[in-house]
Design a binder for this molecule. Sequence first.
Ligand code: NAP
Ligand code: GLV
Length: 326
Amino acid sequence: MAKVLITTEMFSEAVEVLRRAGHQVEAPQAGRLSRDQILSRIQEAEALICLLSDRVDEELLSAAPRLKVVANLGVGVDNIDLEAATRRGIVVTNTPDVLTETTADLGWALLMAAARRLVEADRDLRERGFPGWTFIPPHLGVDVWGRILGVVGLGRIGTAIARRGRGFNMRVLYFSRTRKPARERELGLEYAPLDRLLRECDFVVLTVPLTPETHHLIGERELSLMKEDAILVNIARGPVVDEEALARALREGRIRAAALDVFEREPEVHPDLLPLRNAVLTPHIGSATWATRGAMADLAVESVIAVLAGRRPANLVNPKAWSQTG
Ligand code: NAP
Ligand code: GLV
């Protein structure tokens, strides 16, 4: 019997699967564990199921001498010191694929909300009432159908965003680390270097992971390349965008709008973004549907059970650590 520490309240069905597999589970009844609570409970744990907002670093790993696996409830693993985990032979897993379409849906919801000013319109109606149909209302927006979409990071989610764009009869440009000729042919996409993509696109959606290379990928210079009418959507990670530069560009009307699901210093939101009517802000809910969060929990549980039983998990992030487990 191994101890599995879960840092968040989880679906009881998923916890039950771990218990039926013979493991002892420790998890909060509600909410999540604080860092100090994690540090004080991890000593005996052989598996950790954690949130992407839990920092899994040297300090935490060295407080966990028996740890064999860290199962991150999310696809992005920028919260985990992979090098430190691998050095210790600790396997890291994530939850790819099951959240791809759900996150792409949210990306599109944000894009549409910013283009058609849905949040502003809803807020104004509640606060000031519906003044009656007017020909030139205060919420005139921009069209989405038939315009130009740019996807930055053509991975799983980026591809799902691009596919939806084709459904809206859009010309779709993409920038990624590597070119993808097969996907270009299949979906009718055009590769463009980042600067050209920023200059040409009406909508730019960010779907890269956070790495040293993508930190502030969109800063003052990149924002200055975008069209005055362009809309930026960030469903990747907050630090991919220089939030301060973005708030300035939005305030000065140098781009039309932005829609952000992620922030540079979560859960903080840059105070300069809050008063801006041309910013749509959601609290990192890309994968937040009942079905997808259920599938993510199931996947994390499967990974833990596999590693504790000596089987290679399907969604292994650091294969080197697995090869050390021999
Ligand atoms: P993925 O399949 O690995 O796709 C990421 C893509 O980004 C890859 O295609 C990769 O390019 C590209 N890329 C990596 N580094 C790059 C760079 N320096 N420049 C340009 N392109 C680069 O991952 P995914 O499943 O689509 O998820 C992407 C990210 O979305 C996650 O890492 C996470 O941070 C974020 N996410 C957010 C939410 C949310 O709730 N908002 C939900 C899920 C995921 P190549 O293929 O060319 O190497
Ligand atoms: C969410 O942000 C994820 O990385 O899954």
